[in-house]
Design a protein around this ligand. Sequence first.
Ligand SMILES: *[C@@H]1O[C@H](CO)[C@@H](O)[C@H](O)[C@H]1NC(C)=O
Ligand SMILES: *[C@@H]1O[C@H](CO)[C@@H](O)[C@H](O)[C@H]1NC(C)=O
Length: 152
Amino acid sequence: MNDHLVIILFVSVLVALTNIRPAYSQIALIKWHVYVKNEMSQYGPILHVHCKSKDNDLGLQNLTAGAEFEWHFKLNFTGSTLFWCYWRPEKGNIYADFKVFWKDRELFEKCNYKNCIWIARDTGLYLRNVPKDYDEFWYHWTPGSMDTYLHP
Ligand SMILES: *[C@@H]1O[C@H](CO)[C@@H](O)[C@H](O)[C@H]1NC(C)=O
Ligand SMILES: *[C@@H]1O[C@H](CO)[C@@H](O)[C@H](O)[C@H]1NC(C)=O
């Protein structure tokens, strides 16, 4: 084998290795963590976050500046696992309401198959792209409120 061929083989193996993704049977074993973080300033300091799944109500969390709330679970395959949160900062009369965890390869990759990190800032809501190590903008704040959700 000449040197060129060795290098090409080596690179191909590297590419193949970095493309390996867990199979669904492995994904079922993962303990997923979801974090919601308060990085509000102008509209803070308190951020109210209320997260739920179909069967679980995680309660109203009042996060102080810099605080985070975390929960964890394994996927269930009977009903598809889905969590969503209602977010409301103390000031500004704005809110957000969106799903924070669902069965999706693209999301799983951003969570690096373990940690889904959502961050609330004055400029909107971000999801940490863990493998690429930056925060992706996902949602704008919506003007107004949904107080019936905050005080069910
Ligand atoms: C699915 O999994 C989530 C997270 O563990 C849980 O909150 C929910 O109750 C489960 N749903 C069903 C139908 O088992
Ligand atoms: C969280 O904030 C809500 C809305 O202001 C308030 O009604 C509730 O008492 C607070 N809960 C705690 C534990 O501080």
